[in-house]
Design a binder for this molecule. Structure first.
Ligand code: FE2
Length: 431
């Protein structure tokens, strides 16, 4: 059983995130050092240290950073965030995460709107300073700005394809007061314009900058074309800052959702293959699945990462012995009140039940399922029965891998999956 893992980090909002501490620090007459000594530490550092630890344990893995590294689009703070990540997560340590295997996208809060001249368009000029900051440290096109970025992560003949695209194309776009409204408030506008001296100030007096997030049409087309060309055995994972589905929390504001998310969502769901879409922005962590009944082999899994001070996600793509994708396990690491960052029970989404993904199940796996019982039993018992029935002597770990694969196909249920293989219990769930 092969697994390829990707770490997903949500909005960071540096440096404000550094002020968020675990616990209650009310007696300000005591030093910060004393607070830290008794466990009142910074949430950000606690989570990022755990990311670094998990990254080392996983070995080869991908890394997705969902944007909003900062809050007010100040390039100095954006730079500080990159330096913070680099020093605490050892981004330049290419042994664990190769530069090609990590992707970063801009967030709406990374855009320096105030630096945009009236009547100018934000894309791509407002994003170039962000790109320049990344390029100072990692000149490999890490941040996605003006084009679709694509890279492949392969391990033991299994692969995933990582894509990232900029969902903030209209963030900072100018909007003038509509003509009809201007007519009705003409006198007031006239007074306002007289009071402003420069043409820039006059423009700003009757226009506003919008947060109008959107994908670029060319990037969407390039993404869909690239996915169509992929081998069936690879799973595409797409990264962008914004959510494709409206968030659960009602929100009353101008253009709070992506302007053309439906276009991308509809096109991805029609590609007749499993696709994973990762995002941040909503500071929440839903996992949702979109399916189009006319394209039954397709399944769009949408995974949101929370603000990084709350934790991060690890996405584990499982592959069978024939290197076909079996499903996705999402492990949510969350910061607890006691300062511990620990994994929740994984969410498992199988890809095996879709017509186009119903790959052949080997004779060995079918035999291991056949000798299982509908009551949970230790793996050792099932292996003994398998040996009797098949006259083969498979390794203990081999039988475990067969049954793990059978579980993705919905044939058995494993209990104590994460305990030692000797404690594993297996229950057949098909007649
Ligand atoms: Fe954010």
């Amino acid at each position: 059983m092969q697994v390829i893992s990707v770490i997903q980090i949500g909005d960071i909002h540096f440096p404000e995130a550094e002020l968020d501490v675990i616990g209650d620090f009310k007696d300000l007459s005591l030093s910060d050092g004393f607070g830290e000594a008794i466990g009142i530490g910074k949430k950000l550092r606690q989570v990022i240290q755990k990311v670094d630890q998990v990254k080392s344990e996983l070995g080869v893995c991908g890394l997705l950073i969902c944007g909003d590294l900062t809050t007010r689009g100040a390039i100095g703070k954006y730079r500080e965030c990159i330096e913070y990540l680099n020093s605490n997560m050892r981004l330049d340590d290419a042994e664990s995460v190769l530069p090609d295997h990590w992707h970063v996208v801009p967030g709406n809060h990374d855009v320096a709107r105030t630096s945009l001249q009236p009547n100018a368009r934000p894309f791509p000029d407002l994003f170039r300073p962000l790109e320049a900051e990344w390029n100072k440290h990692f000149p490999r096109g890490t941040l996605t700005v003006e084009r679709l970025r694509a890279s492949q992560l392969s391990h033991a003949n299994c692969s995933i394809d990582l894509f990232s695209l900029n969902s903030c194309i209209g963030c900072g776009e100018w909007r003038r007061v509509p003509a009809k409204i201007l007519e009705s408030i003409a006198d007031e506008v006239g007074r306002l314009l007289e009071s402003e001296e420069t043409p820039e100030d006059k423009f700003k007096a009757i226009a506003e900058q919008l947060d109008a997030p959107a994908f670029h049409q060319e990037h969407v087309t390039a993404l869909c074309d690239a996915i169509k060309k992929l081998e069936r055995k690879s799973v595409p994972i797409v990264l962008a800052h914004h959510n494709l589905l409206p968030q659960a929390t009602p929100r009353l504001d101008v253009y709070t959702e992506l302007l053309n998310s439906g276009m991308l969502r509809s096109r991805l769901a029609k590609l007749d293959r499993p696709i994973v879409y990762c995002h941040g922005h909503i500071h929440d962590d839903p996992v949702e699945v979109v399916a189009n009944p006319q394209h039954t082999s397709g399944r769009l899994v949408i995974v949101s990462a929370p603000e990084v001070v709350k934790g991060f996600n690890v996405l584990k793509m499982a592959f069978g012995r024939d290197h076909n994708p079996l499903g996705l396990e999402i492990v949510r690491y969350r910061l607890r009140n006691d300062g511990d960052v620990s994994a929740e029970q994984p969410l498992r989404i199988s890809f095996c039940h879709q017509p186009g993904m119903a790959f052949e199940i080997s004779n060995d796996i079918q035999c291991a399922v056949r000798v299982s019982r509908s009551e949970p039993e230790p793996l050792t018992v099932i292996r003994d029965r398998f040996i009797t029935e098949s006259n083969q002597q498979p390794q203990f770990e081999t039988v475990r891998d067969w049954l793990v694969e059978a579980e993705w196909h919905g044939l058995v249920e494993l209990h104590h999956r994460d305990a030692s293989p000797r404690d594993l219990r297996v229950r057949k769930v098909v007649p």
